[in-house]
Design a protein. Structure first.
Length: 355
């Protein structure tokens, strides 16, 4: 049974998931993907050889909409097809109508809510795409339940968003902690500048602790200039994009916590995979991964957009760092149980085998 997954772009955070999909489906699996996402910050960085084909993304009206070319035959002839749940991809609407008319098994994969956040923005077009497909693969069990409540006649499957196989998810504690970590795209919605200002304010109380910034984006030059103005160029270290698991594990192993000053994304699951707790803004248009966050267990919440409250959270975590270190194993084990790529692939297998 041929399974095709069509994406706008695929970052290297999906590498282990798609590697496992190839192991499971073999030659019957094909990933179709363009080179970059709408905003240009997510670039395709996976290579599955014969199991992958590059398609052409044509962006329209200031990159608000897109059409994908070079994939039509593969999508329209596949036994099972999984399309991106994004109403802005015009070609996906055509695929949904044609595959429905042909009676072919189709699913859409994505969020129950728009990027504006849960309960904000309409769901009419997203729900119409789900109805046309007849099947939806959600990023968490909670979102799958949301789809089921909104669309009781549609079949729902959960594929908890994950980065690593179970064997890689464990406490990477190095025995001592000397830093905080921000990991993610350097874009306004992630609010990395808030992390820098809060870190600067907390410096007198956290000793020689450094701030490690992992990721890249249009704000990088501005943020580097900001650290210079604050006299912290030697304390705030910019590593850029890192794909090497060993280096990431070393950095997370030395971190007392990671920071999510803007909306929560997959980076919180990445942090938990290494046993590192997260400091999270309380009122943001969070992605579904917020379901993995439990205050006092694997996270501390702070008041959104408050430099003072985030600074206070940094100092509290630093003061209680021995307790958080002792809790790292349970953080990693909970992630291992619920957010591994093995769990993620099960949702796709269930979709393909469902009758």
């Amino acid at each position: 049974m041929k399974l095709v997954i069509l994406q706008t772009s695929v970052g290297d955070y999906r590498a282990e998931f798609f590697d496992l999909m190839v192991n499971i489906f073999g030659a019957e699996f094909l990933l179709l993907t363009g080179e970059c996402y709408f905003d240009g910050t997510t670039i395709t960085r996976v290579n599955l050889g014969r199991n992958q084909k590059t398609v052409r993304n044509i962006f329209l009206f200031g990159r608000r909409f897109s059409i994908q070319l070079g994939c039509w035959e593969d999508v329209l002839t596949a036994d099972c097809a999984v399309l991106e749940l994004n109403p802005r991809i015009v070609s996906n609407w055509i695929f949904l109508f044609v595959r429905r008319a042909l009676g072919l098994r189709t699913a859409v994969w994505g969020h129950a809510w728009s990027r504006r956040g849960k309960g904000k923005g309409g769901t009419l077009l997203r729900d119409l795409m789900v109805r046309l497909a007849g099947n939806v693969i959600a990023y968490t069990k909670e979102e799958a339940a949301t789809f089921k409540m909104r669309l009781p006649l549609v079949k729902t499957f959960a594929a908890p968003n994950a980065l690593y196989r179970e064997a890689k998810i464990y406490d990477r504690n190095t025995g001592s902690v000397d830093s905080f970590i921000y990991i993610g795209r350097l874009v306004p919605a992630k609010k990395p500048e808030l992390a820098i200002f809060a870190y600067a304010k907390s410096l007198p109380l956290i000793g020689g602790c450094k701030l490690i910034i992992i990721g890249d984006g249009p704000m990088r030059a501005e943020l580097e200039a900001l650290t210079g103005l604050l006299g912290m160029s030697d304390r705030v270290l910019f590593f850029g994009h890192i794909a090497d698991d060993y280096l990431l594990s070393r950095l997370f192993g030395c971190a007392v916590a990671s920071l999510s000053p803007g909306y929560v994304g997959l980076s919180v699951v990445q942090s938990f995979s290494f046993g590192t707790p997260v400091i999270v803004a309380d009122e943001e248009p969070h992605s579904p991964e917020i379901d993995a966050v439990f205050e006092g267990e694997n996270a501390i919440l702070f008041t959104s957009d408050s430099v003072d409250d985030l600074s206070d959270a940094l100092t509290r975590v630093w003061k209680d760092r021995e307790w958080w270190q002792s809790n790292r194993r349970s953080i990693a084990m909970s992630c291992n149980k619920n957010y591994s790529v093995e769990k993620m692939t099960q949702g796709f297998q269930e979709f393909c085998s469902d009758e």
